[in-house]
Design a binder for this molecule. Structure first.
Ligand SMILES: C[S@@+](CC[C@H](N)C(=O)[O-])C[C@H]1O[C@@H](n2cnc3c(N)ncnc32)[C@H](O)[C@@H]1O
Length: 240
């Protein structure tokens, strides 16, 4: 991302400097609302949701943290003695990770993940990042790539937001519009606005547990653990 597009990176840089403002999340139906506050991305494990801590307990071996943000999971994994590669497309996020002590933080997009990163025992896709690849097809492709670059007993630890729980009127219209367009209902086209910077539009796939089961299955993964924290849920996938 160019600097003028790195809204998320600048939010994290400002937060690290103690002066974060208010990020906004814009959806392509015109819906605009507050995005998650920056402090969330700096939370220590004891401040995570209990299901998130239980999901994280499945982390083992060499770890790939996809869309690492400010590195809260990468740092926790490092503290447990794991070797971590943390990747993100936001330059500012990678700078923040490095400043906070993430030893191997790289500017890599999820679509560019391949065996050059080495082999992993755990892949983290936290805070909705299971849907970072975007469309149904791209998500299955990304999960298949992860299958290819992970060890035999590997796991993916992830979370998502179930799009069918608690939708408001605009959300229901959005789900319907997607269905009519042949897209997965939970596919949202969004961008983040922070001060004068705005990210490009990108697609984020929000999945129900049943949809995750379906898509993961097509890429050789099976859900072995799942805990709901409505409307969020946390899950662990293992290789079949
Ligand atoms: C909601 S944040 C989650 C951050 C972190 N996983 C956490 O839980 O604190 C999503 C992150 O994914 C990154 N991201 C967005 N699109 C990406 C892509 N295509 N490839 C890699 N990272 C991406 C963003 O820059 C951001 O840091």
């Amino acid at each position: 991302l160019g600097d003028e597009e790195d809204a998320f990176g600048h939010l994290l840089l400002d937060a690290l400097a103690g002066r974060a403002g208010e990020p906004l999340l814009e959806r392509d139906d015109g819906h605009v609302g507050p995005a998650l506050e920056a402090a969330v991305f700096f939370r220590e494990p004891h401040d995570w949701a209990a299901p998130e801590r239980r999901a994280f307990a499945h982390v083992e071996g060499r770890v790939l943290d996809i869309g690492c943000g400010a590195g809260r999971h990468a740092l926790a994994a490092q503290a447990h003695g794991h070797d971590v590669v943390a990747i993100d497309i936001a330059t500012g996020a990678i700078q923040v990770c490095r400043q906070r002590g993430v030893r191997d933080a790289r500017l890599v997009a999820v679509a560019d993940v391949d065996e050059q990163l080495g082999s992993f025992d755990t892949v983290l896709m936290m805070c909705g990042n299971a849907g970072l690849a975007g469309s149904e097809a791209d998500t299955v492709t990304a999960l298949a790539t992860l299958h290819h670059i992970t060890t035999a007993g590997a796991r993916i630890v992830l979370d998502s937001v179930d799009p069918y729980l608690d939708p408001d009127e605009a959300d229901i219209a959005y789900l319907e519009r997607n269905r009519a367009a042949g897209r997965m209902p939970g596919l949202v086209t969004i961008r983040l606005r922070y001060s004068e910077r705005v990210t490009p539009w990108f697609d984020l796939l929000c999945l129900s547990p049943a949809e995750l089961h379906q898509l993961a299955g097509r890429a050789g993964w099976t859900i072995t653990w799942l805990e709901r924290d409505d409307p969020d849920f946390y899950a662990v996938l293992h290789k079949r």
